[in-house]
Design a protein around this ligand. Sequence first.
Ligand SMILES: [Zn+2]
Length: 114
Amino acid sequence: MHELSLTQSVIRIVEQEAARQGFATVKTVWLEIGELSSVLPDAMEFCFQAVAAESPVAKGAKLEILRVPGTAWCLDCAQSHPIAQRFDPCPACGGHHLTVTSGEEMRIKEMEVA
Ligand SMILES: [Zn+2]
């Protein structure tokens, strides 16, 4: 499962930050997941509980998922538009000269530590 390895890397980042910043446990992790990414929030949540339980730093931590809407820049209209799927045509002109500008990312936005 794709989400399992993603969760493991999230926990690894949390543990590295704990060592770097000197905190012992993390209580909440806010994770941004782009709507255009293939990451399933439900699966992330499920995997997070399992992986966090094995980590002294993240044990019992809560995962809060923030969805980042997809947006793309259209070269034909020279404007930014919301899109639901990565290969959608431009909602304004129907063109396909779009560059995705957000919605593909997955990153830790914030952590509540103790
Ligand atoms: Zn357009």
